[in-house]
Design a protein around this ligand. Structure first.
Ligand SMILES: Cc1cc2nc3c(=O)[nH]c(=O)nc-3n(C[C@H](O)[C@H](O)[C@H](O)COP(=O)(O)O)c2cc1C
Length: 205
């Protein structure tokens, strides 16, 4: 059993999503101590944004890429294989400017690869990634749950559900702390709500 733990908050020790993602991993480890955990910190070691040279190198008949582009292609392969090889993926996902962090987006850009994680067929797009459990530790300053006045600005969890659903992941769970910027009491209550959700997570099986 392999678990990939990804963090993407730029707030270091002040990050709520980092705290929650770590607690999720600890909870899953409790009952499955021999679970193999791979950790990737996208703020400490950012994934470079997709470049024109990277994409050009994938075109049929393209000339051999430069050493830099070769390195970038190798990194993309490593990130993809690490994701595909994990039975469980735990993602710390802060909301920045109504959506995910650019660090997380750069990582996701390396996962959506036609022919590897999805394909287009006569029936439209088809996800190729199955049998994976994705758990998202979601943290946001305001309140965006259904019915909230700001719900229309919610492009964060909805985006993550769309993108992982698109590549065929059907088992997506969200542990959420929201309203953490409203004040210290709301922050503590939001973290407590999320921790209660973590306690209820099914064991790694
Ligand atoms: C650059 C930046 C942008 C933010 N944008 C939003 C936002 O659009 N909506 C919101 O509710 N909170 C926003 N916040 C607050 C964060 O969602 C909140 O601090 C959350 O805890 C972030 O997760 P983290 O603590 O793991 O980094 C923003 C915070 C930062 C640092």
């Amino acid at each position: 059993m392999t678990l990939l733990h990804v963090d993407s908050s730029i707030l270091g020790p002040y990050s709520v999503s980092r705290q929650l993602s770590a607690e999720i991993v600890a909870k899953l480890r409790q009952n499955t101590p021999d679970i193999e955990v791979h950790y990737r910190d996208l703020a400490d070691e950012p994934v470079p944004p997709l470049s024109g040279a990277y994409l050009a190198a994938q075109q049929p008949g393209a000339p051999p890429p430069s050493a830099d582009v070769q390195q970038d292609i190798a990194l993309g392969g490593e990130l993809l294989n690490e994701f595909l090889g994990a039975d469980i993926v735990v993602i710390g996902a802060p909301m920045y400017n109504f959506t995910i962090s650019s660090q997380l987006k750069a990582w996701i850009d390396r996962l959506l690869i036609a022919g590897k994680t999805f394909r287009y067929s006569e029936n439209g797009a088809e996800g190729l990634v199955g049998g994976k459990r994705v758990i998202i530790a979601s943290s946001r300053g305001g309140i965006y749950s259904e019915g909230a006045p700001a719900a229309i600005f919610e492009h964060h969890e909805k985006y993550l559900r769309s993108v992982f659903g698109f590549i065929g992941v059907t088992d997506i769970e969200i542990v959420r702390a929201e309203g953490v910027a409203v004040g210290p009491e709301q922050r503590a209550a939001a973290v407590k709500t999320a921790q209660d959700e973590i306690a209820k997570l099914a064991n790694a099986a």
